[in-house]
Design a protein around this ligand. Structure first.
Ligand SMILES: *Cc1c(COP(=O)(O)O)cnc(C)c1O
Length: 359
């Protein structure tokens, strides 16, 4: 720590991204990225603007992208905020609406970044424990005076709560902000975005990193009341007016417009996920069925830590958590059918090897 670093950041926790080792080639299934490229229309749009765009600033209002997203979900651009990934959108929410000591809550097991934000912004935060079956106890969030941050479906459990439950949380108190992170909503879940028409204390956040196969482009967005979006833009213009590159703006708009490609990729991920989950169950693994682009499972006879290490040795990266409640589980991103068959094969081999050793 340098002489200049602020005292208040001494105990800040920084987010630890999924590992990206470079010592060999890995099948990277630890960060819920995509095994498919973005829509060809995205590359086309980026190529056609690339050369002239570099010599000029991007549109600080990101109008083309906000309009495209708005049209897709039935909102005017004034109700859409775009940022450098959902993470930055959440960051702008924090900067705009939260200050040290303010009370928020989120689950004990969820996307790690919420804790990071809560410590960075020195919030008074509570992490409500998930129920025994690892689902969210909705009552905790209905009957609290705290602002709420929830990932729906949750990460890494993959469990979703219905929109009617979100509505109960939102409707309880219009003076409480509710932020719903729908990073995985497109994989067969109902979005709560339509509740924005009825409630002015709801912020719905989505990302292009999962279902639109573009984590490297860094595009996320929020849909909320025109007032909330205008507040966030005010902060953005006071902090980083050109937060989105021209490539992200035109590429993102093209991705939204190519609905056919979007649906084909989603259907494929869902099909492969079901095949993979079925196969795991047939092999005797315990599977928590998800509606996301990842699977969450535990092995009856090999510790998750060992499985994770052995998979890495054979060139496959998956996510293992140290949190005691889920340290017997692994989270694995759904890749192509071929990739997942390779994983199943490896899992079988590792278990056999462990069994031999035990005998
Ligand atoms: C992946 C993920 C994000 C990150 O989105 P970016 O747009 O890549 O910043 C946000 N929230 C959850 C729950 C995620 O799993």
């Amino acid at each position: 720590m340098s002489y200049f670093f602020l005292d208040e950041y001494e105990h800040m926790e920084s987010y630890v991204p999924g590992e990206m080792p470079k010592d060999r080639e890995y099948l990277k299934l630890n960060a819920n990225e995509s095994s498919y490229p973005p829509s060809p229309k995205v590359l086309e749009a980026m190529n056609s603007t690339e050369v002239k765009s570099m010599a000029h600033y991007s549109d600080p209002h990101c109008m083309e992208l906000r309009k495209a997203i708005g049209e897709e979900y039935g909102f005017p651009a004034e109700q859409v905020f775009v940022g450098n990934g959902a993470d930055e959108v959440l960051g702008f929410c924090m900067m705009s609406f939260f200050k040290p000591g303010m009370k928020v809550c989120f689950p004990d097991i969820t996307y790690d970044f919420y804790r990071t934000y809560a410590t960075t912004y020195r919030l008074n935060f509570v992490q409500f424990p998930l129920k025994k079956d690892l689902s969210i106890d909705v009552e905790d969030y209905v009957h609290t005076d705290r602002d709420v941050i929830l990932a729906n479906p949750n990460n890494p459990t993959g469990k979703a709560i219905p929109v009617s439950d979100i509505e109960r949380i939102v409707a309880q108190d219009p003076k409480r902000m509710v932020i719903i992170d729908e990073a995985y909503v497109d994989y067969g879940n109902e979005s709560c975005v339509d509740l924005v028409r009825k409630y002015s204390n709801l912020v719905v956040i989505q990302t292009f990193s999962k279902s639109r196969n573009m984590p490297g482009a860094r595009i996320g967005f929020a849909i909320s009341s025109a007032d909330i979006i205008s507040d966030m833009n005010k902060i953005k213009f006071a902090f980083n007016p050109f937060n989105m590159s021209t490539l992200a703006i035109v590429g993102g708009a093209a991705a939204i417009q190519d609905k056919d490609y979007f649906h084909r990729c989603i259907n494929e991920v869902e099909r492969v996920r079901e095949m993979f989950e079925d196969a795991l169950e047939d092999m005797g693994f315990g599977v928590i069925r998800t509606t996301t682009n990842f699977a969450f499972f535990h092995c009856p006879d090999v510790p998750a830590k060992v499985l994770c290490r052995e998979l890495k040795k054979s060139g496959i990266l998956v996510r293992h958590y140290s949190d005691q409640r889920i340290n017997e589980y692994l989270r694995i991103t759904i890749g192509t059918e071929e990739e997942m068959k390779q994983v199943l094969l490896k899992l079988g081999e590792i278990r056999e090897k462990q069994y031999d050793r035990a005998c």
